[in-house]
Design a protein around this ligand. Structure first.
Ligand code: NAP
Length: 243
């Protein structure tokens, strides 16, 4: 029997890396996707040697549909049959309705929503052949709770992209139920990653990336007939500000 295999997007650092490590620790081989080739290769080597798993780095800009097509071809050529797809990739950048440029809007929505949709669509045929048959989507508490905004508006487009994942993920769950595929949507609050570089808020107040890794691990390890549909993971104190 071949090893279990998971694809994790944005797996080179932050939450994606923590998820990759949790899955490697329970015996998953991995294909990791992110843009920065050097960082991706470094992370892949570290995870492979720490957990004794096969970890394949695939540098890929997931906001570029042609790059996603190349990954689809790579999967076909190399007979990659993922048991689990973790759609973790996402970017935050300031963009309100009043102040976002069209370029900034496109960058956020294409990376966080269109690319995630397109990659999943391309991989659905092979996911149907996998064993665990699980899709994980990393959204955000910005798709849950407007009180997080605290009177600020610079996360408007980011929130829009994460609500898109919430709506799409729920419909995808219905679409693929009949194929035995589960869809888990995770909504993290403030997680201490490079996204928060330079903040004055004490690190202890944040969620750890490993916590999201553990949640994803639970969603994957749960018995085959069960599905964790949605999980909100917040800080104990709730909303955190950057400064
Ligand atoms: N941190 C938080 O507080 C928080 C809270 C809620 C939800 N989230 C969500 O959790 C996910 C991970 O966040 P994070 O904080 O771990 O982010 P991060 O530390 O900034 O890491 C982002 C990862 O995504 C990759 N990436 C970014 N743009 C990409 C693209 N166009 N194509 C391919 N890879 C790309 C990065 O690789 P490169 O370095 O190669 O670009 C990196 O591996 C995101 O969807 C984010 O919205 C984060």
């Amino acid at each position: 029997m071949d090893n279990k295999m998971a694809i994790v997007t944005g797996g080179s650092r932050g939450i994606g890396r923590a998820i990759a490590e949790e899955l490697a620790s329970i015996g998953y081989d991995l294909v990791l996707l992110s843009k920065n080739k050097a960082k991706l290769e470094e992370t892949s080597k570290e995870i492979a040697s720490r957990y004794g798993r096969k970890v394949t780095p695939f540098p890929c800009d997931l906001s570029d549909m042609k790059a996603i097509d190349k990954f689809e071809k790579f999967c076909a050529t190399n007979k990659v049959i993922p048991d689990v797809l973790v759609n973790n990739v996402g970017i935050w950048a300031p963009a309100s309705t009043g102040e976002s440029s069209t370029e900034r809007y496109d960058e956020i929505m294409t990376t966080n929503a269109k690319g995630v949709f397109y990659l999943t669509q391309r991989l659905l045929p092979v996911l149907k052949k996998g064993r665990a048959k699980r899709i994980i989507i990393i959204s955000s508490t910005w798709a849950q709770d407007f009180s997080l905004a605290g009177g600020k508006s610079e996360s408007t487009v980011y929130a829009m992209s994460k609500w898109a994942l919430r709506g799409w993920g729920r419909m995808l769950r219905e679409e693929v139920r009949g194929d035995g595929i589960s869809v888990t949507i995770v909504y993290p609050g403030a997680v201490f990653t490079d996204e928060w570089e330079g903040t004055k808020t004490p690190k202890e107040k944040f969620i750890k990336p490993e916590d999201i890794g553990k949640v994803v691990r639970a969603a994957v390890e749960i018995s085959p007939g069960s599905c964790i549909d949605e999980v909100i993971v917040n800080t104990k104190v709730g909303s955190l500000s950057y400064d």
